[in-house]
Design a protein. Structure first.
Length: 284
């Protein structure tokens, strides 16, 4: 009787353990399934959301750059590309609209008190906002002569200054020893990963930092449903112009929509890991 009772107890414990493991496996599998769906949707939203600028049919071309020995060849390159058939708009700058972070601290006065703000920076020529189709809410566009004296800010920066109406920020000065005028206010757009939200930013002209040429291809030429023959022909022409100006340099380019996808590389890796973990948990 004692042996039979012990046997029954052992069987009950074994059955309880199997049931517990089964339930635990189910819960873990459900967790991975839900996590995979959530991360997948967030990633899809980040890549395909309205970022506040156009990203289709834009090619980024790396321009040879030496901060300590600057030259004006990139100006010649830009002007040559503006005459190429199949190209609509071009702009020089340090980086595309969304491509990571570079910041500076600026001082300004709000409500009679001096404040400091960490501001995301972009360097671009007078064609930057036109190329990316960024809306100018108030004021004027940049001029080549604005280097060191004026820049554009976004809505978030204007609000940090205490101006809910963008036009009220135009003409105001920012800075400590060297004052910089707010020439205009741009509509907010994403600078970094969507998970960080919209950050205060400023766009300035400074040829010492120009090492990227953004090229907007004509409709039907870009990467989205493009005619491959026209696309290759236009890229080949861009390379010919590049080699004429930089004969000893390597020509390289990327499509901006792909750059944005690559920008979310960590999120994509996480999504792949969750997919793998989900499959493994279900299989087990």
């Amino acid at each position: 009787m004692k042996n039979q009772s012990a046997s029954n107890t052992g069987q009950s414990r074994s059955a309880w353990l199997r049931k517990t493991l089964t339930v635990s496996q189910f819960v873990i599998a459900q967790f991975f399934v839900i996590a995979t769906i959530v991360v997948g949707r967030q990633l899809d939203h980040s890549i395909n959301m309205d970022m506040g600028f156009t990203k289709d049919n834009i090619v980024s071309v790396r321009v040879p750059f030496d901060f300590y020995k600057p030259d004006q060849k990139f100006i010649v390159f830009r002007d040559e590309l503006q005459r190429v058939s199949g190209i609509e708009r071009v702009s020089l700058g340090d980086r595309p609209a969304i491509s990571g972070s570079m910041s500076s601290t600026y001082k300004f006065t709000r409500d009679g008190k001096e404040r400091e703000l960490n501001v995301q920076m972009r360097n671009g020529d007078t064609g930057f906002i036109n190329l990316f189709k960024i809306k100018l809410l108030a004021g004027r566009n940049l001029r080549a002569s604005d280097t060191g004296t004026a820049f554009l800010i976004n809505e978030s920066f204007a609000k940090e200054m205490g101006y809910n109406n963008p036009g009220d920020a135009v003409g105001k000065y920012i800075g400590d020893e060297k004052k910089i005028e707010v020439a205009g206010v741009m509509k907010d757009f994403n600078l970094t990963s969507a998970r960080f939200g919209i950050l205060p930013m400023a766009l300035r002209t400074n040829t010492n930092f120009y090492h990227e040429m953004q090229v907007a291809l004509a409709p039907g030429v870009g990467s989205q449903g493009a005619d491959k023959g026209s696309q290759k022909k236009t890229i080949a022409t861009i390379e010919q112009v590049f080699k004429k100006i930089y004969p000893d340099k390597e020509f390289s380019y990327t499509y901006y929509d792909q750059t944005i996808k690559d920008f979310y590389g960590k999120e994509q890796q996480l999504a792949k890991l969750l997919n793998w973990s989900t499959g493994l948990s279900v299989f087990i």
